[in-house]
Design a protein around this ligand. Sequence first.
Ligand code: TYD
Ligand code: MG
Length: 471
Amino acid sequence: MVKKAQSVFVCQECGFESPKWMGQCICGAWNSFIEEKSLPPNLENDARRRIAPSVASAGAGAFASASPVKLSEVGHGAYERLDTGLSELDRVLGGGLVKGSLTLISGEPGIGKSTIIIEAAANIARTSGNVLYVSGEESEEQIKLRADRVCGEIPDSLYLLAETNIELVTSAVAKTNPIFLVIDSIQTMYSEKLESAPGNISQVRACADELMRLGKANGIPVFIVAHVTKSGDLAGPKIIEHLVDCVLQFHGERSQDLRILRAHKNRFGATSEIGVFEMGESGLHPVENLSDSFLEGVNGAGEGAVASAIYEGTRPLLLEIQALTAPANIGFARRSAIGVEAARLNMILAVLERRAGISLINQDVYVNVVGGLKPEGTSLDLAVALAIYSSYKGVPIGVKTIVIGEISLTGDLRSVRNAERIVREAARLGNFDRVILPKKNAEALSGLIEGLPLIGASCLNDAIQSIITLL
Ligand code: TYD
Ligand code: MG
């Protein structure tokens, strides 16, 4: 029986549904409601049910008699993982793809989402069984062209489907019985049960719901590609971020070859881990020796360039910070930061002014973390401050000095977590003469690191003083 569609109003920001149009949503957004048709619930065949495999196998009747199980009696078997054949992707996922998990991978157009996924799909098809790659954006020939470039020999068990109808995708899954399913992209998919256009909020949600049901009921890991808006947010409802198990973001500067994959949410692993790839002629290749890639340019650098380090996930990463100050035109001075939060930069500038007596009020300030990385921690603070100082005063800090430390509002330096591993990595690379770091870290490490002098600084002024005396 075909049920009659009803009208609802859905907030485009948060996905909240209301029977009436509202000027402001409960999430605070204004004029964000659009009218959509929704189907009344059908309990016998409810596509919204997100059931676990154990319940699914009990059949439709299980819904009426659903009974809780004891947590102590639940087994661990459900978390079997599939190796994607890409070490950096496996690392970000927490050790491979979990069966039945739903993963969202987002990023700007052209960043390499389809490339990384076809590589993983071919690897899994080669080693583990049927893989179904559904594309709503490209034709089968286009996908084949890419696969020829990046996958080597294409396994027979890799199936393609150029389709946007989610019901047809469901029947293709039943036919091919894949162990891995890819949807490229969620914004092109639609359900014929709804009248709205693909990419629309309720379509995206209905399709994500259906994919969740497909994945969980059959134990298939599902990868969903999603577009982002210009500001970097996910296009479509935020609600699918809550629905899925992992949210991965792929970013980097398109003009450069490095691509960084980061998990913003991961129900099966840590979110601090990053994966780094290099885009080449034959697709994306994992980069395991991170510091070499991000420090490339530092060797010839002069004023305004500083080497620094962060600790991402389970690895230290050495990188280069660049700053430039230039006299501002009339009006407000510009502040522009790539890879450093604007609020953090403003704080560092305020501390430089109040605690170190360096007034940058009539200076434009530009800061860049080289390589397109957006580090989350605060261990780069001191390096950013010294890079700005170096550019403003025209004093090169020297490429052989690593600077780490968090700056507090009082101008004091707070210690950095995992400083020992950062310093050991610097010592291993062997291209550095010294490390400037918070005094507490330096004290804790004294005598532990051979061949790399540590200069402890208790406040920003101390750190500035130490670079002046080095000149
Ligand atoms: P693609 O995976 O299609 O991006 P997305 O799916 O995120 O939109 O990648 C497109 C870009 O990657 C394109 O600009 C060309 C480049 N590229 C390479 O440099 N080498 C390659 O081997 C491939 C397949 C793509
Ligand atoms: Mg694509």
